[in-house]
Ligand binder design. Structure first.
Ligand code: NAG
Ligand code: NAG
Ligand code: NAG
Length: 444
C-alpha cells in the first residue's frame, strides 16, 4: 500500500514536472538525490534561456570574440586559462568575451590526453589559442587556419586532483586543494578543511562572483571520488541506503532505523561547494569528491539548502558582490532511540567516523565591502518545532527583514531544513571554524 502511494505520488509529480511551471523546491519531498539534480539543471537551463532572451546578452561585441557558456563550449571540455587564472564569463552575462588577438591557454591535463579539433595538426596537451572574431580562434603551430572555439575538445576528460597541502586550518586540520594542473601550475577550484581521523569536512571555501551567475547546464554527473582521504573505509558504500540504515540501526535499533530511513528520506551526499557554483563542466566535475560532501537528508538537500545555494548565487550576480564562500558542517545530528534518548549518528559507527552533521552553514563574505552573513540550516527533518528552535544559536537576521527578500527558503519548514541567519560575530560564538576577518555589516 505504501509502495503504491509512493508510486502514485511519483507519477503525479512526473506529469507536472515541467521546468516552466514547477520550482525545484516544490519537489524537495518527492524526488531522489539524482533525479532532483537533473530536474534542477533543466529548470536553470530554462531560466537562463528566459534571461538571455530578455536582456541584451545576445548582442555580439563588434570586435573580438564572444563565446556562450551554454552552447559555445566543447565536450569533453578542455581547461581554459586566461592570464594564469581560470577563464571567466563577462560579469553575469553568461558569455565569455575576448579581445581580438587575446590568448587563452587550452589544456587537457592527465596522462595521454590531447586536444582535439577538426583543424588539429599536431598532438598537443596544452596550447595557446588566439581570438580571431565571433566564436573563432586560431592556433599557431597546432591548428590549421581558423576554427570554432566550441570544437576544441579533449581526447578524454581532463584529470583533476585533490591534493593535501602543507597548510592547516581550524584545529590543525588538513587543507586539501582541488583543481587542475596546467603548465605545472595548480589551479585551485576550492579548498577543503578536513579532519582525517574523524573523516569530517569542516568546511570548503572558494570564490563566488557575478561571473558565477550562469553555469553550463547539461553537464553529466561523474561518479563520486574518495581520493586518498578515506583509508580503510569504503565511503561509497557507507552512503548507500542499505548501509546507512544499518549504521543508524546500531544507534537506535532496527525498528527505529526503518522509520527514519525511507524511500524519500535518506542521507544524500550533500555537496558543500555546489556543482552549479562552477561555470564550466571541468569545475563541476571536480565537485564530486567526498571531501566536498557530508551526509545530508535529501529533502533538506533539495529543499531549503538548495534554495539558499541558488538564491545566494543569483544575489551575488545581481548585486555585483565578489565573495569568498565558506560552506561547512558542524556538530552531530541525533536521532531518538526506542527509549526516546537522543543518539549521535555517524555513517561509520564502528570507528566513529563520518559524522552526520547537525548544522550545514554557508558564510558569504565580501572582503572589499567588509560585509558578510552566515546562513544556517539544521540537518534533521525529525525534530519537533521546540527541538529545532532550541538549536537556533543566534538572532535570525533574515526573518522579517526586507533586505533579504531575495531569499526563497521557508525557514520554519523542519522537514526541508529549519533555517536562520547570523551576523559573522554571532556565528563565531558557536562555530569557531573560520579564519579571522572583520565585518561591519550583513551581506544582503
Ligand atoms: C530563447 O531563445 C532561444 C533561441 O532563439 C529559443 O530556443 C528559446 O526557446 C527561447 N527561450 C524562451 C524561454 O523563450
Ligand atoms: C579530529 O577528529 C579526532 C577524532 O574524532 C578528534 O580527536 C580531534 O579532536 C579532531 N580534530 C579537530 C581539530 O577537530
Ligand atoms: C561493526 O561492528 C558490528 C558489531 O561488532 C559488526 O557486527 C559489524 O559487522 C561491523 N560493521 C562493519 C561495517 O565493520
Amino acid at each position: 500500500m505504501q509502495m503504491l502511494l509512493v508510486l502514485v505520488a511519483l507519477v503525479t509529480a512526473a506529469a507536472a514536472l515541467s521546468p516552466e511551471h514547477t520550482e525545484p523546491g516544490q519537489l524537495a519531498l518527492i524526488l531522489g538525490e539524482e533525479e532532483f539534480e537533473d530536474y534542477l539543471d533543466a529548470y536553470l537551463k530554462h531560466e537562463y534561456n528566459n534571461y538571455a532572451n530578455s536582456s541584451n546578452a545576445g548582442v555580439y561585441a563588434r570586435t573580438g570574440c564572444t563565446i556562450k557558456v551554454n552552447g559555445g563550449l566543447g565536450h569533453p571540455q578542455p581547461v581554459y586559462i586566461r592570464n594564469n587564472r581560470y577563464l571567466t564569463a563577462n560579469g553575469n552575462s553568461g558569455q565569455i568575451r575576448l579581445n581580438a588577438n587575446e590568448q587563452v591557454v587550452i589544456s587537457c591535463p592527465g596522462s595521454r590526453r590531447t586536444i582535439r579539433h577538426p583543424n588539429i595538426v599536431s598532438n598537443v596537451q596544452t596550447a595557446t589559442a588566439k581570438c580571431v572574431n565571433n566564436a573563432v580562434i586560431s592556433g599557431a603551430g597546432w591548428l590549421n587556419g581558423n576554427g570554432y572555439f566550441r570544437q576544441l575538445t579533449c581526447s578524454s576528460y581532463p584529470y583533476h586532483e585533490a591534493q593535501s597541502t602543507i597548510s592547516r586550518c581550524y584545529g590543525n586540520n588538513l587543507v586539501i586543494r582541488v583543481g587542475y594542473i596546467v603548465n605545472n601550475v595548480f589551479h585551485t577550484l576550492y579548498y577543503s578543511c578536513y579532519n582525517r581521523s574523524r573523516m569530517e569536512v569542516l568546511y570548503v571555501w572558494y570564490e563566488q562572483t557575478p561571473e558565477n551567475a550562469i553555469h553550463q547546464t547539461d553537464v553529466e554527473r561523474p561518479s563520486w571520488m574518495a581520493g586518498n582521504f578515506y583509508t580503510g573505509v569504503p565511503v561509497h558504500k557507507m552512503y548507500t541506503q542499505t548501509q546507512q540504515k544499518a549504521a543508524i540501526a546500531q544507534y537506535v535499533g532496527r525498528n527505529m532505523a526503518q522509520r527514519y530511513v525511507t524511500n524519500l528520506k535518506y542521507l544524500a551526499r550533500g555537496h558543500l561547494a555546489a556543482k552549479s557554483d562552477y561555470v564550466f563542466a571541468t569545475g563541476q566535475r571536480a565537485t564530486f569528491y567526498f571531501i566536498n560532501a557530508a551526509p545530508q537528508w535529501q529533502p533538506i538537500n533539495a529543499g531549503n539548502w538548495n534554495a539558499l545555494e541558488q538564491d545566494l548565487r543569483a544575489r551575488i550576480g545581481a548585486a555585483g558582490y565578489r565573495t569568498v564562500i565558506y560552506t561547512g558542517t558542524f556538530g552531530v545530528m541525533q536521532l531518538r532511540d526506542g527509549h526516546y534518548r537522543f543518539q549521535d549518528i555517524y555513517l561509520v559507527p564502528n570507528r566513529t567516523q563520518i559524522p552526520v552533521p547537525l548544522y550545514y552553514y554557508k558564510v558569504a563574505y565580501d572582503p572589499s565591502r567588509r560585509i558578510g552573513t552566515a546562513f544556517i540550516t539544521i540537518n534533521n527533518p525529525y525534530y519537533t518545532p521546540a527541538e529545532a528552535r532550541a538549536r537556533q544559536f543566534c538572532t535570525d537576521r533574515c526573518r522579517n527583514n526586507g533586505a533579504f527578500n531575495w531569499m526563497r527558503w521557508q525557514p520554519d519548514r523542519i522537514d526541508i531544513g529549519y533555517s536562520f541567519c547570523c551576523t559573522i560575530d554571532d556565528f563565531r560564538r558557536t562555530i569557531p571554524h573560520l579564519p579571522s576577518f572583520q565585518t561591519n555589516g550583513l551581506l544582503y
